[in-house]
Design a protein around this ligand. Structure first.
Ligand SMILES: [Zn+2]
Length: 257
């Protein structure tokens, strides 16, 4: 954290951070991201020639200066993210997942959809089950085996998400939701409860909940680096700006209590 502006902001942030949610990154195994502050500027993406800083959100690749230095995460099952064509790519956190866990995450632009065999959908419908409850139930009904290997997330505004989740290919998939997790997302969206998670938070918390019920009750931080860019941006933005003035990022309706 060499940036003096950030240090001032961080001091102020730490002085006012009485809420337990501000301590949420504590104890997580997230690599240091301070080298991101040393990235001199933007480069041209080799794929699309657009000017990008950390990663290209059109081509879903890290920029060459970062490629060897960012953490790589392996997730416990495949994640497919479906975004609406009208969504502005640069405003989504879902791309963090593709950059940090490229072998485990696939991106789709609706109406393109992944193969939905053995898939479940994260969607906060009334009939959706909590992830942990769902995994336990399915395992007990299948002699300890969890028969699904892909989780689909929809990365869009609430109205578009509702529409996409009612696509004939998705409507009959089992639905799960994440219950009782507070978002740390810096862009509070008016009218949304604080429990509406950004997409990368939903992806992360899904993997942790899945691990604890399907892999092992001991979770050792294997997926914490999914929040590598999220934590960096959280402190950067909290440190420099008044979060109320940020208009660009939006929460996603993954969570319902
Ligand atoms: Zn590109």
């Amino acid at each position: 954290m060499d940036n003096p502006k950030l240090n001032d902001g961080m001091k102020k942030f730490l002085q006012t951070s009485g809420s337990p949610k501000f301590q949420a990154f504590q104890g997580m195994k997230i690599d240091s991201a301070t080298f991101l502050d040393e990235i001199p500027g933007r480069e041209r993406c080799a794929g699309c020639s657009k000017s990008r800083k950390f990663f290209c959100y059109t081509c879903y690749v890290p920029m060459p200066l970062l490629e060897a230095r960012i953490p790589k995460v392996k997730l416990p099952l495949s994640l497919a993210v479906v975004k609406h064509a009208q969504e502005i790519d640069g405003k989504s956190t879902a791309i963090h997942g593709k950059i940090l866990a490229p072998e485990s995450v696939e991106m789709f632009t609706y109406p393109d959809l992944p193969n939905t065999d053995k898939s479940i959908l994260v969607f906060p419908a009334d009939d959706a089950e909590d992830v942990g409850v769902f995994v336990e139930r399915i395992k007990s009904e299948n002699e300890g085996i969890f028969p699904y290997n892909q989780v689909i997330f929809v990365d869009s505004t609430w109205n578009q998400t509702y529409k996409i989740c009612h696509d004939p290919k998705l409507i009959n998939l089992p639905r799960v939701k994440l219950c009782g997790i507070e978002s740390l997302f810096w862009r509070y969206q008016r009218g949304n409860p604080i429990t509406h998670l950004s997409t990368i938070e939903a992806m992360y918390h899904f993997c942790v909940a899945f691990h604890k019920t399907a892999v092992s009750p001991d979770y050792g931080g294997d997926y914490d680096n999914l929040l590598f860019f999220f934590r960096y941006m959280f402190f950067k933005i909290r440190g420099i700006y008044d979060p109320k003035s940020l208009r660009s990022y939006q929460t996603r309706p993954y969570l319902q209590q």
